[in-house]
Design a protein. Structure first.
Length: 256
């Protein structure tokens, strides 16, 4: 196969001048929490955990998405659980990230400064997941999974940033619901979700699963920090069980 040289094609298009450029600086208001770790603890204290007995195992879901000072936030969640008399265990809630292996997911958390020494709690990174429900999305029946480490716990708390998703737009995007449905379901759930989302849409696939989880597993509670455009937490909130969907709908417009 012969390819044309530059001389063969130069005469086909007249030279085009570059357009003028201007330097623009955009500095929107950037409110931020002065003490995000202390706020994490305060918001977790607002969660109703009266159904959990002293000594109960609490799985704390920590993901691979960017949260400012995630190591300190995760440690605060562990401290909260310990001070309440619970037995915390950290569960990587990141779907198939880390090569879909337990060692890989531990490495992802370690790269964020989240390890057992820093947390003062064990990390259960098993990739085992159990199907707990089936939901209908359009014409597709979608299995809903929960990580064995979370399923075996007496309670679940997920810590994840609420933000706009880079691949889809909807009433809920990247946050507690997605972390619970996809992240906490390991590779099995991530595969089921994404394969369905290709044909049915991400938002429609995400919507029905959180309600199913509330009634089939230990209802997840959540702490979803929102960040400003400088990637610093700027909103304090905690979310009780069964409220992920409608609370996130109110948070998404505030998220960046």
């Amino acid at each position: 196969m012969e390819f044309p040289t530059r001389g063969d094609v130069d005469h086909l298009i007249d030279p085009q001048p570059l357009p003028s450029f201007a330097r623009v600086r955009y500095e929107p208001p950037s409110e931020a929490l002065d003490a995000p770790v202390a706020v994490t603890r305060e918001e977790l204290d607002e969660l109703d955990v009266s159904t959990l007995e002293p000594g109960a195992t609490v799985a704390i879901g920590v993901g691979s998405r960017g949260i400012h000072r995630i190591d300190d936030v995760a440690a605060a969640a562990v401290e909260w659980a310990t001070d309440r008399g619970f037995d915390p265990v950290v569960v990587p809630a990141m779907g198939s990230h880390g090569g879909a292996t337990a060692a890989g997911q531990r490495e992802v958390l370690a790269s964020l400064g989240v390890d057992e020494e820093r947390l003062g709690a064990p990390i259960d990174a098993r990739m085992d997941a159990e199907q707990v429900a089936t939901v209908s999305v359009g014409d597709t029946d979608v299995p809903v999974y929960v990580a064995a480490a979370a399923r075996e716990a007496d309670g679940v708390v997920v810590v994840n940033r609420v933000k706009a998703h880079t691949n889809f737009t909807g009433p809920i995007e990247s946050g507690l619901a997605k972390m619970t449905v996809v992240g906490l379901s390991k590779q099995s759930g991530a595969k089921a979700f994404h394969s369905t989302a290709i044909s049915e849409g991400h938002a429609d696939t995400l919507t029905p699963a959180p309600a199913a989880l509330v009634y089939t597993t230990h209802a997840p509670r959540g702490h979803p920090p929102l960040h400003n455009h400088t990637q610093r937490p700027n909103t304090r909130t905690s979310v009780p069980p069964a409220a992920h969907h409608h609370r996130e709908q109110g948070l998404v417009p505030l998220a960046t």
